[in-house]
Design a protein around this ligand. Structure first.
Ligand code: GUN
Ligand code: ZN
Length: 444
């Protein structure tokens, strides 16, 4: 399938991409770095990614040059609530109070399709400006909020997933459906959007406390009925939430078991946060091929806890792990900022997140968690041409600090520690430049 009708494009820049998890192997063997590289794109896909010197640029190709920057696969935001864009940075509450105070009120406004469309536009503009080219988002209970998101993603040509939130208890009546209505509306949305262009659907029970067992079962049926579909929900984000789940589901062995009993623990199931887990839950996630999504800015902002990267990634049974902004509890669209916070979360646990592991997590690692590493997350022929171009002198502190860096790993570490969305010089989707920091006129 051709992803885009855009002309052939060649981009000359230093290149960086990962072939494997630097935690599993010798990091240098996992890193594909070209100091003077070239990517060639035709019909939205990469046809060449390698040294400039060994390349041949076909006649009629548009050449873009970023010789002093760094081109990587576009970043992946695997857990985000686009509908919470208007309440990012709302202060001073733990998870359950924060949901009641800020989230449930704003989510009621998505009964209005125009409002949904406005926010979807603003959301994707911010993701692209942060270098994010794949998003997996929650919408609200309103089907129109899903339509608005997918319409905008399709207009841009993004690889994007989302789902209507399912809630049939413990939320305002205006935000509740029923097990049957949630099933029927999701089914319609799946047939409208799943597999169209680069879009994919994720069945989205918000979290166990806001769904009855009957609704979780309906979610399990939806998940089982469509090939290639996803499921996303929240898991053990805060201790108070986990206590509440124990009260609501006394027969379940633990929090994960609540989802397991409904057929919601398998490959293509993504669990946001996953902070307060038992060894049994980690082992079950690993054996099921399910994924967890680390959302450090959110976890620090709400005081939810410190994600256990070691149990996730370096245990005997590693679990596919992705990175998420979790906007609006998360406080930044920028994966560079998110990685910086992930580094600090690890530090508070007495661990270290290397720069290579961090950039792997935001690209190929997240693609693997999504079972999409055959098409995104790497610079290699046949993969979709989604790129981010990072400016290594975007701020005075970055530029000055980098003068004293003498290895790629150090450059990346400094980028993660000091970088933010100012570093995103350009973002490409399916080979088309959709964000150009210095030339707003060619924005999407
Ligand atoms: N748990 C259930 N819903 C939400 C949400 O919207 N945000 C976060 N961070 N956690 C949740
Ligand atoms: Zn969330």
């Amino acid at each position: 399938m051709a992803l885009s009708r855009s002309a052939q494009v060649a981009i000359r820049a230093p290149l960086l991409s990962y072939n494997c998890n630097p935690l599993d192997a010798d990091p240098t063997g996992c890193v594909h770095h070209e100091t003077d590289g070239l990517v060639l794109v035709a019909d939205g896909r990469i046809t060449y990614a390698g040294p400039f010197a060994s390349s041949r640029i076909p006649a009629g190709t548009n050449l873009h040059e970023y010789r002093d920057a760094l081109l990587m696969p576009g970043f992946i935001d695997a857990h985000v609530h686009y509908v919470q864009t208007p309440v990012i940075g709302s202060s001073g509450k733990d998870l359950l109070e924060w949901l009641q105070t800020y989230v449930f009120p704003i989510e009621q406004r998505y009964a209005d399709l125009d409002f949904s469309r406005q926010v979807a536009r603003l959301f994707f503009a911010q993701e692209l400006a942060a270098g994010v080219t794949t998003t997996l988002s929650y919408c609200t209970v309103h089907p129109g909020s899903v339509d608005a998101y997918f319409e905008e993603a399709a207009r841009i040509g993004l690889r994007a997933g989302a789902g209507k939130v399912l809630m049939d208890r413990n939320a305002p009546a205006m935000l509740c459906d029923t097990a049957q209505r949630g099933y029927d509306e999701s089914k319609q949305l799946i047939s409208r959007w799943h597999g169209r262009d680069r879009l994919f659907y994720a069945v989205s029970p918000r979290f166990a406390p806001t769904s009855t067992p009957a609704q979780l079962e309906a979610a399990g049926a939806l998940f089982a009925e469509t090939d290639g579909i996803y499921m996303q929900t929240h898991l053990s984000e805060s201790l108070a939430e986990a206590d509440w789940v124990r009260e609501l589901f006394p027969d379940s062995a633990d929090y994960l078991d609540v989802y397991d009993r409904a057929g919601l623990v398998s490959s293509r199931c993504l669990f946001g946060h996953a902070i307060h887990l038992s060894l049994r839950e980690w082992t079950r996630l690993s054996e099921a091929g399910a994924a967890v999504v680390h959302c450090p800015t959110s976890n620090l902002f709400l005081g939810s806890g410190l994600f256990d990267m070691r149990s996730a990634l370096v245990a005997a049974n590693p679990v596919r792990t992705a990175l998420g902004s979790d906007i609006g509890a998360g406080t930044s669209f920028s994966p560079l900022v998110t990685l910086n916070e992930a580094y600090k979360v690890a530090a508070l646990r007495g661990e270290t997140l290397s720069a290579h592991s961090a950039f792997y997590l935001a690209t190929l690692g997240s693609a693997r968690a999504l079972y999409m590493d055959d098409r995104i997350g790497r610079l290699m022929p046949g993969h979709e041409a989604d790129f981010v171009v990072l400016d290594l002198s975007a701020s005075l502190s970055l530029r000055e600090r980098l003068r004293f860096a003498d290895s790629l790993e150090e450059v990346l570490f400094i980028l993660m520690a000091l970088g933010d969305d100012r570093c995103i010089r350009a973002t490409y989707v399916a080979g088309r430049r959709v964000h150009d920091r210095d030339n707003a006129s060619i924005l999407i």
